[in-house]
Design a protein around this ligand. Structure first.
Ligand code: MF3
Ligand code: CO
Ligand code: CO
Length: 259
């Protein structure tokens, strides 16, 4: 996916991406209060699918390379691509990443957050907070003329300084009419290296940060990625566009990027 040219979006297309992105943010806001002990990940999936259909959109994950459900639900040691399941009931102290991608009028809004189920342990709380902050540090590195490596370096330096590790096997990606396009956006790297960012580029920043080793394994279902040591993993994701003077977050209801 990294050989294709990087698409630069027109302002008309960026407005389409804002609409898809806002819908994705609203969907996570809608699901958040359902994240309680006793709910199954399939119930979250089915609520997301119904909500999305009611708004005239599609769930891009459903059937994507054979993915069987409408959202990804990644609990505790699951790094990403967890498959919603009727037998998986959330319990107090779990952490769950919900990753949604509505496809609205031909454009994808890709975003995820990690939620607490009931009361988190102090360690789980710190991992989740560090992961969200690392995503924001990556986002703040985005501006025309910066390099892809600046994003990963900002994320990696912060996460590792906090004693956590950065997943290597999954990266952010260009997104638009295509779900996963060029460029790849690693969440680790070296400042000044990698492709130069230009206004109109649209991509995700979606760091997966682990409590222990960064190494992952994919389970026999060929989707569920787990930490090799079965310790916790957290993730946050936004879709962003490079603007003339910096960055705009598309998968949000607010206009502002926190400083
Ligand atoms: N939304 C995920 C991402 O952030 C991709 C999910 S693909 C699926 O890129 F097939 F697992 F749904
Ligand atoms: Co996603
Ligand atoms: Co993504």
């Amino acid at each position: 996916m990294d050989q294709e040219p990087i698409i630069l979006m027109s302002s008309r297309e960026i407005e389409k991406m804002r609409q898809a992105g806002r819908m994705a943010a609203e969907l996570l806001d809608y699901l958040e209060p359902m994240v309680q002990p006793g709910v199954t990940t399939l119930e979250l999936n089915d609520a997301a699918e119904a909500w999305t259909q009611a708004r005239g959109a599609k769930s891009a994950p459903l059937g994507y390379h054979g993915f069987p459900k409408s959202i990804c639900t990644s609990v505790n040691e699951v790094v990403c691509h967890g498959i919603p399941n009727a037998k998986q009931t959330l319990k107090d102290g779990d952490i769950i990443n919900i990753d949604v991608t509505p496809l609205l009028d031909g454009y994808h809004g890709d975003t995820s957050r990690t939620f607490f189920v009931g009361q988190p342990s102090p360690l789980a709380r710190r991992l989740v907070e560090v992961t969200e902050e690392s995503m924001w540090r990556g986002i703040q590195a985005v501006k025309p003329g910066a390099r892809v490596g600046d994003i990963g370096a900002a994320i990696q330096e912060y996460a590792e300084a906090q004693g956590f590790s950065v997943v290597r096997d999954f990266v952010g990606h260009g997104v638009g009419r295509i779900f996963h396009a060029a460029p790849q956006i690693p969440h680790y790297g070296t400042r000044g290296k990698g492709k130069k960012l230009r206004a109109g580029m649209v991509f995700t920043i979606e760091p997966m940060i682990n409590e222990g080793t960064w190494e992952v394994e994919v389970l026999a279902d060929n989707w569920t990625a787990v930490t090799k040591d079965r310790k916790l993993s957290a993730q946050f994701e936004h879709t962003v566009v490079v603007t003339n003077d910096g960055v705009e977050v598309l998968t949000t209801l607010s206009e502002l990027v926190p400083a």
